[in-house]
Design a protein around this ligand. Structure first.
Ligand SMILES: Cc1cc2nc3c(=O)[nH]c(=O)nc-3n(C[C@H](O)[C@H](O)[C@H](O)COP(=O)(O)OP(=O)(O)OC[C@H]3O[C@@H](n4cnc5c(N)ncnc54)[C@H](O)[C@@H]3O)c2cc1C
Length: 502
């Protein structure tokens, strides 16, 4: 029996496994699904490759700490290709277009040409993004293991960003968009991330992209997961799939037993739980939920969640001519009584293995929130046929609007796959289908979870929900941190990554 059991084989669980093996800890990952990867996943449908995760990944710049972590876990490094686009997003409002360019001077010039009336705000925006390039995601040590010098160095390196954070920290994306007069600029600010986020999230995203630290690994989500899985197995780790944990037994301060749905039991020395915390506290019992999570789950205004509908269309010709990612306004359409008037299209033309030769694949992304999840969940549970029909009707509506916006696509589009927030919940246990952590609103203090629970001395947490806003970098980092916490508690931190160069 392995001395460390890791429940959940998503990016955080795989990272925990890799760092455990590198530190000489014998580990086993137990995953409920048939494959590892969790939300970072892809599958085949009708001859196409459906990538249902990554559009941007923080940590692609070599000099950063996060890059080092991606390298440790086998995702990045020599010979591992990264796609670097000239622009992250194109926004098209009534035929006028603007871009989030990697080159920020080009972006400023384009925005000034579109909206000279917003000159002052445009200059402030570009300055804020440039200053936010100094923001760093500490990725090598959990915060309680950072020394005074580590902290000082971090703060000093981010000095440029502090005035921006102080000035805009209390503003949501929605509030900030109102600073602009021009509708195109409002759309550029408000149309990608959910409007409840504090606007610093937008600055951060554009800053990291312009810095070359938020690009896309060639091969996408599948490649991320497969490389991590292979690295873990090569280090001697063991993966057991179709192993759904259903109960954790606590005796005093020890979690002593994991019960699985198939009737088996495991009694490891230590456990890292890398499931969605909603699952974790169901396994452990709600009494173990600490104030951090209690607050997040109960104060829905300050800690909202979001999800997506993803519709994939096969295109009978190559989609080289389409933009990489475009948001455009369209005739209104409805989902569950709510009206939508924009479409976000993601084009996979530069991922050569996603579509058969000479064909293309595009993805449509539609924002969904907690009440939308409830709609899909209810439909799925009460009337499976109506659920399928609602998905298919929506895809038909979207197809009409795509054909209008891109006349070249007329009569050559067919639906390949439709994913709803319910799908994320069904396959990974994601709370209300949320695929990131809680949204960072301007109303709350930014906190990081300590990764351990009071009263349990052999139990550690990993996963994106510990560090908002979640996402792949926070998932991979918290896997590393969980192993560092385990070693520190057992006075073995000097063995962390001791086998790394062997
Ligand atoms: C559509 C979509 C787009 C995204 N885009 C991006 C992006 O562009 N950039 C980015 O950084 N991030 C993106 N993300 C988010 C990213 O995928 C997640 O942040 C990350 O994969 C979370 O990893 P995790 O290990 O924390 O959790 P999860 O992936 O949720 O892993 C938890 C694992 O635990 C397993 N599990 C659950 N219950 C049990 C149980 N009872 N027993 C055993 N195992 C169990 C689950 O099956 C799962 O494998 C996206 C996600 C989605 C879905």
């Amino acid at each position: 029996m392995a001395s460390l059991a890791i429940i959940g084989g998503g990016v955080s669980g795989l990272a925990a496994g890799i760092y455990a093996q590198l530190s000489g800890i014998d580990s086993e990952i137990f995953e409920s699904h048939t494959i590892v990867g969790g939300q970072c996943t892809a599958w085949k449908r009708k001859g196409f490759h459906i990538d249902n995760c990554v559009h941007w990944m923080i940590g692609t710049k070599q000099e950063t700490e996060t890059y080092q972590v991606w390298k440790d876990v086998g995702v990045l490094g020599e010979g591992k290709k990264i796609l670097r686009h000239d622009y992250f997003l194109k926004v098209n409002i009534d035929g006028i277009t603007a871009h989030v360019w990697r080159d920020l001077d080009k972006m400023r010039a384009e925005l000034l040409a579109i909206a000279p009336e917003d000159e002052k705000e445009i200059k402030k925006l570009i300055r804020a993004i440039k200053h936010f390039q100094a923001i760093k995601l500490p990725s090598l040590k959990p915060k309680e293991q950072m020394s005074l010098t580590d902290n000082l160095k971090l703060v000093l390196s981010m000095l440029r960003a502090i005035p921006v954070a102080a000035r805009f920290g209390k503003m949501s994306i929605e509030d900030y968009a109102k600073c602009f007069k021009n509708p195109m600029l409002k759309a550029l600010i408000a149309n990608y991330l959910p409007k409840h986020y504090y606007v610093l999230a937008t600055f951060y995203m554009y800053a990291m992209f312009s810095l070359g630290n938020a690009d896309l690994p060639l091969g996408g989500s599948d490649m991320i997961t497969n490389r991590m899985r292979d690295r873990y197995l090569a280090l001697g780790g063991k993966i057991s799939c179709r192993k759904k944990a259903i109960k954790l037994t606590v005796d005093g301060t020890h979690v002593t037993q994991i019960n699985f749905e198939d009737g088996t039991v495991n009694e490891p020395e230590n456990i890292i739980c890398a499931t969605d915390p909603d699952v974790t506290f169901k396994l452990l019992g709600q009494d173990y939920m600490d104030d951090f999570f209690r607050k997040c789950y109960s104060d829905k205004k300050s800690y909202p969640i979001f999800s997506e509908i993803n519709i994939y269309f096969a295109v009978d010709i190559s989609t080289d001519f389409l933009p990489t990612m475009e948001i455009f306004n369209c005739e209104p359409y409805e989902i569950a009584g709510k009206t939508y008037s924009k479409i976000c299209m993601n084009n996979y033309a530069d991922q050569p293995k996603f579509a058969p030769e000479g064909k293309g694949l595009i993805q449509i992304l539609i924002d969904q929130y907690e009440d939308d999840y409830d709609y899909w969940d209810n439909l799925y549970n009460t009337n499976r046929e109506a659920y399928k029909q609602a998905k298919s009707d929506l895809a038909d509506e979207i197809k009409i609007r795509l054909e209008k916006h891109y006349p070249e696509l007329q009569n050559i589009l067919s639906v390949v796959e439709i994913v709803t927030p319910k799908s994320f919940n069904r396959y990974t246990g994601a709370y209300k289908g949320s695929y990131m952590g809680f949204i960072q609103t301007p109303y709350v203090k930014k906190e990081i979870h300590p990764g351990v629970l009071k009263g349990l001395d052999n139990f550690y947490l990993a996963g994106q929900w510990l560090q908002t806003p979640g996402g792949l970098p926070n998932a991979v980092i918290t896997g590393r941190f969980a192993v560092q916490r385990l070693l520190k508690r057992n006075d073995k931190i000097n063995t962390f990554c001791c086998l790394k160069n062997n």
